[in-house]
Design a protein around this ligand. Structure first.
Ligand code: PEP
Length: 254
C-alpha cells in the first residue's frame, strides 16, 4: 500500500510575514489529518527554508526544496546550494527537473540525473518531474517524451536508490494554466510510468514508487484525480499558497 503524498511548490512566492500567516493557517487546518495516511511537504523558496523549518518544527509537515545543485562538493559555484547544505537545514524532499527549471534554466536530463544522485546521497527524497508540452501531446509524443526524461534521469540508478524516488507527472500545458489533465489522461501516463519502472527495474519496485500528478490541481478537481489507481497524490503550485485550498487537496488525497 503506497502512502499518499501532497507537496506544495510555492515557486517564487512569499514574504516573511505572509509565510507565517500561511503556515499558521495550514498547521491548524491540517492538524486533524491522520499522519499514517498522508505525507505533506512544503517547498518554499530557498531563502525561506530556514524560516519554514522553524515554523513546522514539531508538526508532521516535512520541508522540501524546489531545486538542488548539480555540484556535490563545496567550491566556487556562485548561487548554488548543495544537497549537503539542504540536508543540514532539515530539508527532506527535493523537487528535481521541474519544467520551469528545464525551460528557464535549460536544465538537461543529464543535469537532472546528477541532481537526483546528489539528493539520494544525502538521504533526501527527489521528486522527479516529467511531462510533455502541448505541442508534444498533439504530435502524439507523450510516451516518447516521458520515457526519454525517465531514461535520462533515473535509469542508471541502482534498484535500492530507485525505490526511494517520487515521480511527478506534470504536463507542461497544465502547469499554472487552469487546464488540468482529465483523470483518464493523467492515469494513462501514470500507468505508463509504472510500466517503464517495471521494464527497467521490476514490478515490485514499480508498485512501490509514489507517483504524483501536478498541473492546476485545486480543491474541486483533486479528489477525482487522486481516485485514479496509479495516482498517489499531487505536486501543487498555485493552490498551495492558500491554506484552505491546500488543506482540502490534502484531505482529498488522505
Ligand atoms: C507546479 O508548480 O508544479 C504546479 C503544478 O503548478 P500549478 O499547480 O500552479 O499548476
Amino acid at each position: 500500500m503506497r502512502k499518499a503524498l501532497v507537496a506544495g511548490n510555492w515557486k517564487m512566492h512569499g514574504r516573511i510575514e505572509q509565510n507565517k500567516l500561511l503556515l499558521d493557517g495550514l498547521l491548524t487546518q491540517l492538524s486533524g489529518l491522520p499522519e499514517a495516511d498522508i505525507d505533506v511537504v512544503i517547498c518554499p523558496p530557498l531563502v525561506y527554508l530556514a524560516q519554514i523549518e522553524a515554523l513546522i518544527k514539531g508538526s508532521s509537515v516535512a520541508l522540501g526544496s524546489q531545486d538542488v545543485s548539480r555540484f556535490s562538493s563545496d567550491g566556487a559555484h556562485t548561487g548554488e546550494s548543495s544537497a549537503e547544505m539542504l540536508a543540514d537545514l532539515g530539508v527532506r524532499y527535493v523537487i528535481v527537473g521541474h519544467s520551469e527549471r528545464r525551460s528557464e534554466h535549460d536544465e538537461t536530463d543529464d543535469q537532472v540525473a546528477t541532481k537526483v544522485v546528489n539528493a539520494l546521497a544525502l538521504e533526501l527524497t527527489p521528486i522527479v518531474c516529467v511531462g510533455e508540452t502541448l505541442e508534444q501531446r498533439e504530435a502524439d509524443q507523450v510516451a516518447d517524451v516521458i520515457s526519454r526524461q525517465l531514461k535520462g534521469a533515473i535509469s542508471s540508478l541502482r534498484r535500492s536508490e530507485a525505490e526511494r524516488l517520487v515521480i511527478a507527472y506534470e504536463p507542461v500545458w497544465a502547469i499554472g494554466t487552469g487546464k488540468t489533465a482529465t483523470p483518464e489522461q493523467a492515469q494513462e501516463v501514470h500507468a505508463f510510468i509504472r510500466q517503464y519502472l517495471t521494464s527497467v527495474f521490476d514490478e515490485e519496485l514499480s508498485q512501490g514508487v509514489t507517483l504524483l500528478y501536478g498541473g492546476s490541481v485545486n480543491s474541486t478537481n483533486a479528489a477525482v484525480l487522486f481516485e485514479q489507481v496509479d495516482i498517489d497524490g499531487g505536486l501543487i503550485g498555485g493552490a498551495s499558497l492558500k491554506s484552505d485550498e491546500f488543506t482540502a487537496i490534502c484531505r482529498a488525497a488522505a
